[in-house]
Structures are given as C-alpha cells and as structure tokens.
Ligand binder design. Structure first.
Ligand code: PLP
Length: 401
C-alpha cells in the first residue's frame, strides 16, 4: 500500500511519542498530512447487498456515526496503541465511559466494590443510579486490602478504583487489588484519568478495563468533552459495544478530531506539567498558611513508595490544605492573579478549585469526611505556564492572608 495512504506497518513496535503522533492515522486518497475530520453522521452504500453485509457484520465498514466514524476510529486507535491494549471504544465524555464500563457488565442482583475515594459523579453512579437497577456497591478504604477481600460476595462482578484519587491524591495499589479480583473472577475497572496514560500504565498492573475522560489531559486545552474505555476485544465486542451503541453516548467526530490532535502533544504537555507540579508542591510545603501538601512525588506522601512503583511521575495535580479552613481557601483563591478558579483539570491553563463547595458538594458532609475532603482543601491543576510565575502567584496569594 502507498505510504501516503496508509503507513501503519507495525505501529505497536513504535515508541510512545511516535504512537502518539502517528498511531491510528488513516489517510484518505487525498493524502492529507493531518488527520481528516469526517464530519458526517451517515454512510452510503454502492448497493443493497453491501448494506446488508455491513449490517450483518459480514463486511467491514461504517454504517452510522453512533456505531462508528473514521475520525473517531483514529482517536480510538491512537489511545489503544498508546496503552498497548487490544481494544478501545470512544465515548461522549468521561462519565459516559465510567457508566458504560460499569453498566454494560452488570445486571440486577450484581454487586460492585469500589474505593470510596471517588470523583463526585462516579460516586453518584455507584450510590444513586446503579442501585435503581438493582446493582449495589460497597465502598471501601482503597488501601485496606482486607476490606476489599471482605466486601466480596458471590454476586460481586466489578472492582472499581481511581488512583490517584480526586481530590485527595490518595494512591492505591492496583496490582494488589487486581490480585484479589483475579482470584475471585472479578473484573477490575480503573479510572486512570488523574494519572493519564503517560504517567501510569495500568494494564501491566492487572487492570482489565481502563476508563478515561478525554476532556482532561487528552484535549488539555479546555475545548471539548470526550472519553474512552480501553479493554480486551472480548469485553468491547460482547459487553461494551452492544450497550453503548444502542444507548447513544457516542463521541462526536469533531471532538474526536480535537482529541486526536491533542494526543500528539500529550506526552510533552503532561511531562512539563508534572515537572512544574513537583516544583510547586515542593515550594508549597513549608509555606506559611499551608497545613499540608499532597503530591505523589513528595517523600511526605503516605504511599510514597507505591507511587514510585506504580507511576513514572507525580502527575499534574497538587492538593493542599490551608490552615485557616474555608475562609483562608476562599481568600487565597480571590487573590490569585494568574491561576483561574475552575473545576476542570488537565488544562494548559492552571486551574484551582475548592472541592468541598464544588465538585464534592453534592455528595454531602458525611461522604466528604469519609473521603478526607476538608473545608480547607484546595486542588490545583498545574498548567503549562512558567512554574516560577505559578509559585509566585500562589505564595503571593497566601502571603496576603
Ligand atoms: C473528569 C473526571 C471524570 C469525568 O469525565 P468527564 O469527561 O467530565 O465526563 C471521571 N473521573 C475523574 C477522576 C475525573 O477527573
């Protein structure tokens, strides 16, 4: 085949950066340099026989964008190759990925065990939405392996965990949790959104299914929503695809195109953001008014050894606790001159949020206490600005208090 049309000879052998720039690229007969945006919902067939064969699955090819689209496929392939996985399925958002990964493999009477350090909407799915369909959950301390074991019932189908967790940046031992799951025939679903596929490879640690929000680092520039589920071919074809293609949370081709271009710079951006995040976390430790700093690459992190075993860098998020509680946090946020107040994360622009009154507001005080989301906690998503400017902004805002 001509190189200008298709140049994917053995992409799984490529290094990570090459996979991120070229993985999944499928050029049209025009030979365009960049990935094409196929902004179409439907497809046409030369004859009725072709349509019949495509619908029956006998012939390869697209039928409808809710089922698949060439630009969406390029994004799926790029992420699949990055993870070294068998399959990847794109979704409209990270929550559509979480929902799809959990709901597609459970039915009334089934049970899920999850680490209680959860993103707010994941908590809602487990504690309010799935129970409506007769699927219950037990939430455990993710670091307590005995608690994972003790929570298992005959009807337990899934272990779900997020590490590092939002917003507390707790880190859980994926390999140890996966060992328990494997011994009991349970599927391990990991929310790897905070870590990113650059910083944490969860498949070698024993994850069966990985969920992503493309909205965060993959776009990384605050433009679109998107998500993806990474899995085996069997999981995708037998469970996920039938569930998602009929319920409809498909990734839009335009959003897929933004994400596929974002992937090209993912490694560079995340690398730079991790470097700044470590500098900022170190600078904040010992700054007056800061009671504690949580960052996976600091020696003070409660699971510092595990972080270094499981991750290749500390990630792009820094969480810290102000001695003066909510008032001090609000005062600091008001005084910031560069960093924006926003609940999004993974962006080129540094963003800061007060979880207790925003992302983790709806879960209630009791659940916040259980997760360690205190009134003095602030969560910083480190962007691509100069680290010195960010440190100056933070320390300046703290000093005026
Ligand atoms: C943002 C986020 C999600 C949800 O992703 P969306 O794209 O906003 O739907 C799920 N889990 C974690 C840890 C997140 O940070």
């Amino acid at each position: 085949m001509k190189k200008s049309v298709k140049n994917q000879v053995n992409p799984s052998k490529w290094g990570e950066a090459t996979r991120l720039v070229r993985g999944g690229l499928e050029r049209s007969h025009h030979g365009e340099t960049a990935e094409a945006l196929y902004l179409n919902s439907g497809f046409v067939y030369d004859d009725a026989e072709t349509a019949e064969d495509r619908f029956s699955g006998e012939a390869e090819g697209y039928v409808y964008a809710r089922y698949g689209n060439p630009t969406v496929t390029m994004f799926e392939e790029r992420l699949r190759l990055l993870e070294g996985a068998e399959a990847c399925y794109a979704t409209a958002s990270g929550m559509a990925a979480v929902w799809g990964a959990l709901a597609c493999q459970t039915e009334a009477g089934d049970h899920i065990v999850a680490s209680k350090a959860l993103f707010g909407s994941c908590y809602q799915i487990l504690t309010a939405i799935l129970p409506k369909f007769g699927i219950t959950s037990t939430l455990v301390d993710g670091n307590d392996l005995d608690a994972w074991r003790a929570a298992i019932r005959p009807e337990t189908k899934v272990f779900f965990l997020e590490t590092p967790s939002n917003p507390g940046l707790q880190v859980f031992d994926i390999a140890a949790v996966a060992d328990i799951a494997k011994a009991n025939g349970i599927c391990v679903v990991v929310d790897n959104i905070f870590a990113t596929p650059i910083v944490q490879k969860t498949l070698p640690l024993g994850a069966d299914v990985i969920v992503y929000s493309g909205t965060k680092h993959m776009d990384g520039q605050g433009r679109v929503l998107g998500g993806a589920v990474v899995s085996t071919v069997e999981f995708k074809d037998e469970k996920l695809k039938p569930f998602l293609r009929h319920t409809g949370p498909s990734l839009s081709p335009f959003n897929a195109w933004v994400l596929v271009k974002g992937m090209e710079t993912l490694k560079l951006r995340v690398g730079a953001q991790c470097e700044s995040a470590l500098n900022i976390a170190s600078a904040l430790e010992g700054t007056q008014g800061v009671a504690s700093v949580t960052y996976p690459w600091l020696d003070s992190h409660p699971q510092a050894d595990l972080c270094r075993r499981q991750m290749t860098a500390g990630g792009t998020m820094v969480t810290f606790e102000l001695a003066g509680g909510k008032q001090a946090a609000f005062d600091m946020l008001r005084r910031l001159e560069i960093i924006d107040i926003s609940n999004n994360l993974g962006d080129a622009k540094s963003l800061i949020t007060h979880p207790a009154t925003t992302t983790h507001r709806n879960i209630g005080q009791e659940a916040r206490d259980a997760m360690g989301v205190t009134d003095g906690m602030v969560r910083l998503s480190v962007g691509l600005e100069d680290a010195e400017d960010l440190i100056g902004d933070l320390t300046g805002a703290l000093r005026s208090s």
